[in-house]
Ligand binder design. Sequence first.
Ligand SMILES: Cc1cc2nc3c(=O)[nH]c(=O)nc-3n(C[C@H](O)[C@H](O)[C@H](O)COP(=O)(O)O)c2cc1C
Ligand SMILES: Nc1ncnc2c1ncn2[C@@H]1O[C@H](COP(=O)(O)OP(=O)(O)O)[C@@H](O)[C@H]1O
Length: 317
Amino acid sequence: MKTHNSAHTFTSQKGTVVTIGTFDGLHLGHRKIINRINESARANGWESCVLTFFPHPRMVLQKDTSLKLINTIAEREQLLESLDLDHLVIHPFTLDFSRYHAETFVEEILVNSLNAKKVIIGYDHRFGRNRNANIEDLKLFGKTLGFEVEEISKQELEDVAISSTKVRKALVSGNVALANSYLSAPFMLNGVVVKGKSLGRTIGYPTANLEIAEDYKLIPAQGVYVAKAIINGKPVYGMMNIGTNPTVGGKKQTIETYFFDFDEDLYGQQLEIQLLERIREEKTFDTIDELVAAMKTDEAFSRKFIASLEESNSQNA
Ligand SMILES: Cc1cc2nc3c(=O)[nH]c(=O)nc-3n(C[C@H](O)[C@H](O)[C@H](O)COP(=O)(O)O)c2cc1C
Ligand SMILES: Nc1ncnc2c1ncn2[C@@H]1O[C@H](COP(=O)(O)OP(=O)(O)O)[C@@H](O)[C@H]1O
């Protein structure tokens, strides 16, 4: 897959089959649509292309800071990479771009840049300035400009929209197992390991504090989770706490992970941590000893969970 950071810097000689969307989470419904553009491209000697916008239009038009996405743009790219897609175009969504008339968008982006031969799009897709144009307009443009339009049915689209919302709801309530069952890969957090209060080490549980740069990234409900990362090429399991550490008088929310059977300096490292299962809520303990005892119980739970996971993985292998 080739990524292009603007439609203006990409043109396809062979022609493309395009779909347009946010594809947040890249769940099973999204995968079906991407398979569809891949199959159509292969059958016709074209290239498959996802056209996505960044920032999300709502972030630009509504200054909607409450908007949270399951994936950052880098994660979206990484997940799409695992599919057989030929091109990902991440076009900058600016105020200026939002004022493009439908016709300009179709001519300049879809036809001149992407060389679209077919556009596979939801029945209710709207585009162009003030979202004035609909799929019927797109079909008319296609007739004069030489591309086909294939409609994704209401049912198929509802399945997709429902599952993105479902994933977000599950994460916000801490149900990562349910979220993961909709997604094609476990929910992940990406960030860099920063210094904390250096208390972890003194209680026998050093924790890597993850700092996430993207303020639009959805962070699951506070609480304790079983986690997994790949560190220096090796899988490492651990337990993560998302919370304010009230027992030690913390105020700011942190995301910290203790990795099992691991003893390396992680400061400054970029980590991708997957969340596998929720263990419990974050609690305010009266003493550090009680916190440590709870963490011991969390560890026992996590290790059991990981053992059964590895066992079922080896049975499926
Ligand atoms: C698995 C796990 C569970 C935790 N549970 C709680 C909790 O329930 N309540 C709490 O106040 N802090 C909890 N913590 C946070 C500890 O208070 C924190 O790791 C400690 O303050 C060390 O902070 P530092 O990494 O900034 O040094 C938990 C941490 C981990 C790794
Ligand atoms: N098993 C481990 N799990 C997590 N971090 C570890 C582990 N072993 C060593 N470390 C290192 O220790 C650091 C955390 O130590 P800690 O005392 O909790 O300080 P901080 O307040 O910076 O989190 C991590 O950022 C990492 O560099």
